[in-house]
Design a protein around this ligand. Structure first.
Ligand code: SF4
Ligand code: SF4
Length: 198
């Protein structure tokens, strides 16, 4: 009897909730959910304002990554196809999102703002390979809305928060002019007889 009452109570709550307004977030694939400015998931490599691949193959992101999941193969210096000026290039770039902790350090150290994170929900993958980003996939992600951070922005924010260095100490007064080899001035000799000169 008690079980029957509990079942009716549960059915009543279910029935009431059928007519209540939804208070859950839409699923990612339903769209319409605004992601926070600092929401970040996957990665993209971008082009610079000259139209060149911004990455210069400096390997700074590879060195700082705590998960050691970035591999950059530098391509050496070469003239830009757009400006003709010589600049560094990357021959290959891979990033394995499987082990990423989303610390954003790779974005923060990039001197060219070449790597950014994405402000879209991660599409679930069905294999590890789907979360392994080749250079081609990274540049294809350039079309996806990016998260807020770039290297220049993050480094600028850090610099703002740092205490200013103390002013340099005031210059000490120059020592008295007793140059080696020059005898000090001798006081005038007293007049003969010890009396004062009239
Ligand atoms: S966010 Fe952090 S862990 Fe992920 S690739 Fe960048 S540096 Fe590595
Ligand atoms: S993405 Fe940035 S930090 Fe990484 S190799 Fe390219 S230029 Fe250097």
């Amino acid at each position: 009897m008690i079980g029957l009452l509990q079942a009716f109570s549960a059915l009543r709550i279910t029935g009431l909730n059928l007519f209540r307004a939804k208070n859950t977030e839409p699923l990612p694939w339903d769209g319409g959910r605004v992601r926070p400015e600092r929401y970040r998931t996957s990665f993209a490599l971008v082009h610079n304002s000259d139209g060149d691949e911004a990455c210069i193959g400096c390997k700074m992101c590879e060195k700082i990554c705590p998960s050691q999941i970035i591999t950059v193969v530098p391509g050496g210096r070469a003239p830009s196809p757009n400006t003709g000026k010589p600049r560094g290039t990357a021959k290959d770039f891979t990033l394995d999102v499987n082990a990423c902790i989303h610390c954003e350090l790779c974005v923060q150290v990039c001197p060219e703002d070449a790597i950014v994170m994405l402000r879209v929900p991660e599409v679930p993958g069905f294999s590890r390979e789907e979360l392994f980003l080749s250079m081609e996939k990274l540049y294809a992600n350039e079309k996806v809305p990016a998260s807020w951070g770039t290297g220049a922005l993050l480094i600028g924010m850090q610099a703002e928060g740092q205490p200013k260095p103390p002013p340099p100490p005031a210059k000490a007064a120059p020592p008295p002019a007793t140059t080696a080899g020059v005898p000090e001035a001798t006081p005038p000799a007293p007049a003969a007889g010890g009396g004062e000169t009239p």
